[in-house]
Each structure stands twice: as structure tokens, then as C-alpha cells.
Design a protein around this ligand. Structure first.
Ligand code: UD1
Length: 433
């Protein structure tokens, strides 16, 4: 199994460039299936989740080419309906967007139930509710999702989401763009990547209004045309480097970001005593001599993001005093706590609440990356711990962080990758070096 070997005790210093947003890219790539023509997409992150989705699109007949390491062209003009490749679909969560894009383009979709990080039960009932409201018959049988537009094309509808769901909001938007008539999504999620998906769709000829508010209106159009679109910077990648800078007591200039998207994360970091200076497209982050305890609760945007919760969990192990983290989105997102305990952390978990007895010195240990963000948190823990930390299951981390080790080492970290030769698979058909 591939591993990261981290020699702890580094102080991060320098500049880091943030890549395109994973959670925008993983919706925009499937949405390209709706477009007749060439979509040129800039600022695509080179991560395994985007590679997987591009492979799925090529298997549906799309032509995909890289113009440079972060710009691709996708041409789905000749795509034809077929069952989506299940082995790939199962690997990632975002494969659920193929339900919306295949229904919109072909009027039918057969996909697996999505994979992805395990934070407890992750139903897709709101996605299904939305597709049904748009006029699709949807059935889940033997781990597969079967969806068929009753009369070959979806029809606009008013859909109230019972839960604020990023995935359901984006999936319904994708499905509704080519539907006949107007769709209104109420109680929609408001994350920056939802606005980004709407901007992408509109730049290809769609009519989506209100993204970024809790009511999104989509006037269906007959077809989408090709165009060029640039994906926003990744809020969570940026936040992860901010926490890494603060935790190691370093000073890092985080470039290519949208400061507005970082406000919740910056606010909580400032409460810990971390210094943050804001520029137009960058943030300077300087860790304090002593970190202060805080309480935080994860919530839908503009609240504090659940995808930053594990990284803050590590930071608060170092802060003086007792901190409380409440996970407001998922039932089981504290699995990483067991791994941190191996490094000397003192944390009590009761359901969705973790109480962290801070001020501990972490010590290196062999640990797992339980999922994508938990894995990033363990890397931060490894950098601040004394001694050596070995992290396995790093494929989770590589699903979402472009050149993570290279970027951290350029800031002064000491991380090596130990590849298990017996398991070597090529980094992906679409990677360019
Ligand atoms: C997406 C992101 C993930 C992020 C999360 C919250 C992708 C591929 N994943 O996941 O990185 O952590 O948003 O920002 O973009 N729910 C239901 N029924 C549904 C859908 C969701 O009950 O049909 C629940 C979930 O279990 C969860 C909450 O709603 O408790 C929010 O989930 P959602 O926003 O949909 O997250 P994901 O799309 O799973």
C-alpha cells in the first residue's frame, strides 16, 4: 500500500498556488455531457477524481484532450447512451452527477450508487426526489440507479429540498438545464461551487438564475453550445494550507484564491490567534506562538465547512485549553480521532461532538488516512509531530489534492512517498507531467 513518510517538526514558509476547485470540477465535467460542441475548461485540478470522471466520459463517447496541465477540451457531440462504467462509478461520490447529466442528455441513466468517503449514511433521496419531480421514473435495485424520463425528456418543476444538499442542488440543476419549461429549486445549497456550476452552464447557453441564494430558477433551453470556462480556486485546498501554516507556526502566502470564499475559515483561524492578511487574490497566514482554544460547528455555506473539520481537529490539539467541535452535516465524521489518539491527542467523541483537550505535543505514529480530508489532517499532524509518521491509504488524499506532497515540500515539509510497486497503477490516462 502506498504511504507518506513524514519527518515532523517543519515550519512551513513561502508561497503556494491553489488549484481549481475539486467540488466544482467534479460537477462541471459530467455537466459537459449536456453540451453539443467543445467545452474548453481551464483551472481543472489534476486529481484522481477528475481523471476518473474524464475516463467515464470517454467511455460514453466523449473526446477529451489536455491543452496544458490545467486546461482540457471536452467534446461530447458524439456521445451515445450506454450504461455508465460501474467499476469507475463506484469509486467516487461525484458519479451521482451522471444521473442528472445522462437524464438531461439521453433521457435515461443507469448508474451505480455513488462511492466516495464514508462519513456514515449518505443517502441520495433528495437527488431522486428531484429527478422524479422532473418527470423521471427512478428505481434503485441491487446497488444500481435506473432513471428514465417518462416521455423521453424532462419537464421543469418546483422542487423543495428537505435537506440543504450540495449534491442534490447541483444534480437537479444539471438535469433541469435541458428540461422543457422552468424549474425552481427551493432550500437550495449556496456553496461557491454551486455558483460556479451555474456560471459554467450559463456560459454554454443555459439560463440558470439565483445560484448562491436558496432559490434557483432554471429556464430550460433546447441545447447548449461549446465555450470556454475557468473553474474557481479550491476553497478547501486553500483552507488546508492555511491550517498547515498556522499549525506549524509558519508563514505562507496562499495565492490564487477568492478571499470572500475563505471568510468562515479565516474567521475561525483568527480566533485561534492566527494572523491573516487579505490581498485581492491571496492571503498571508502566520501562525501564532501560542494557539488559543475555540469552539466550532460545521454548517452549510456560508457556515464553517465540514470539509475543514478534521484539519481544525488537528490544529485544536495544539491549542491551549479545551475546544469543542460540533459536526452539523454528517453523522460519522470523527473517525480520524482514533488515528490522532495514536499520536498522543486527547479527544472525547460523543456522537456529533468532539471535545479536544489541547496543548498536547503530538508524536509520530503509523496511521491511516480514513478519507480525503481526514487524510489531509493526518498529514498536518505528521508535520507538527515529533518523529516519523507513516500514513497509509493515501489514495484518498490524492483524490482531492493536486501535487500535495510537492506543494508541501516546497514550503519546507519533509514528506516522502513510498510506492508499493506491487500495486502500481499508472497515474491516469489524462495526466500530463
Ligand atoms: C458534497 C461534497 C463533499 C462535502 C459535502 C458538504 C462532492 C462530490 N462532495 O457531498 O465533499 O463534504 O458536499 O459540503 O461535491 N443528504 C441527504 N439526502 C440527499 C443528499 C444529502 O440526506 O439526497 C444529507 C447528507 O447525508 C448530509 C447532508 O445532507 O448529511 C449534506 O449532504 P450534501 O451537501 O449532499 O453532501 P454531498 O453531496 O454528499
Amino acid at each position: 500500500m502506498d504511504q507518506y513518510i513524514i519527518h515532523g517538526g517543519s515550519t512551513l514558509r513561502g508561497e503556494v498556488e491553489i488549484s481549481g476547485a475539486k467540488n466544482a470540477a467534479v460537477a462541471i465535467i459530467p455537466a459537459a455531457l449536456l453540451v453539443q460542441g467543445v467545452c474548453r475548461i481551464e483551472n481543472i485540478p489534476q486529481i484522481s477524481d477528475t481523471d476518473t470522471l474524464l475516463t467515464i466520459l470517454t467511455q460514453l463517447g466523449a473526446r477529451v484532450s489536455y491543452l496544458n496541465k490545467s486546461t482540457i477540451e471536452i467534446d461530447c457531440t458524439d456521445a451515445r447512451y450506454q450504461d455508465a462504467p460501474y467499476d469507475l462509478m463506484r469509486k467516487i461520490r461525484a458519479s451521482y452527477y451522471l444521473i442528472g447529466s445522462m437524464l438531461g442528455r439521453f433521457g435515461s441513466a443507469k448508474t451505480t450508487m455513488p462511492g466516495g468517503c464514508n462519513f456514515g449514511v449518505r443517502p441520495i433521496d433528495q437527488h431522486i426526489k428531484g429527478m422524479r419531480a422532473l418527470g423521471a421514473d427512478v428505481n434503485v435495485k441491487n446497488g444500481f440507479v435506473y432513471a428514465d424520463a417518462r416521455d423521453g425528456r424532462l419537464h421543469g418543476a418546483r422542487i423543495y429540498l428537505d435537506k440543504v444538499s450540495v449534491g442534490a442542488t447541483m444534480n437537479i440543476m444539471i438535469a433541469a438545464v435541458l428540461a422543457e419549461g422552468r424549474t425552481i429549486i427551493e432550500n437550495a445549497a449556496r456553496e461557491p461551487h454551486i455558483v460556479d456550476l451555474a456560471n459554467f452552464l450559463n456560459s454554454m447557453g443555459a439560463d440558470v438564475r439565483g445560484a448562491g441564494t436558496d432559490t434557483i430558477k432554471i429556464n430550460g433551453v433546447e441545447e447548449l453550445h461549446g465555450g470556454t470556462y475557468t473553474i474557481i480556486p479550491d476553497q478547501i485546498e486553500a483552507g488546508t494550507y492555511m491550517v498547515a501554516a498556522a499549525a506549524t507556526g509558519g508563514e505562507v502566502l496562499i495565492r490564487n484564491i477568492i478571499p470572500k470564499h475563505m471568510e468562515g475559515i479565516s474567521a475561525k483561524l483568527r480566533e485561534t490567534g492566527t494572523f491573516i492578511e487579505e490581498y485581492e487574490e491571496a492571503l498571508l497566514v502566520r501562525g501564532p506562538d501560542t494557539l488559543r482554544r475555540i469552539n466550532l460547528k460545521t454548517m452549510p455555506y456560508p457556515g464553517f465547512p465540514t470539509d475543514m473539520q478534521p484539519q481544525f481537529g488537528v490544529l485544536l490539539c495544539l491549542a491551549n485549553g479545551t475546544s469543542v467541535i460540533t459536526e452539523g452535516i454528517y453523522d460519522n465524521r470523527f473517525k480520524y480521532v482514533n488515528e490522532l489518539r495514536k499520536m498522543g491527542a486527547e479527544i472525547q467523541v460523543d456522537g456529533r461532538v468532539a471535545v479536544i483537550d489541547g496543548g498536547r505535543r503530538l508524536t509520530g505514529a503509523p496511521v491511516h488516512a480514513c478519507d480525503l480530508r481526514a487524510g489531509a489532517a493526518m498529514v498536518i499532524a505528521g508535520m507538527v509531530a515529533s518523529g516519523v509518521t507513516e500514513i497509509d491509504d493515501i489514495h484518498f488524499i490524492e483524490r482531492g489534492y493536486e501535487r500535495f506532497v510537492q506543494k508541501l515540500n516546497a514550503l519546507g515539509a519533509d514528506i516522502q512517498v513510498r510506492y508499493d510497486e506491487s500495486e502500481f497503477v499508472s497515474p491516469g490516462a489524462f495526466s500530463v507531467s
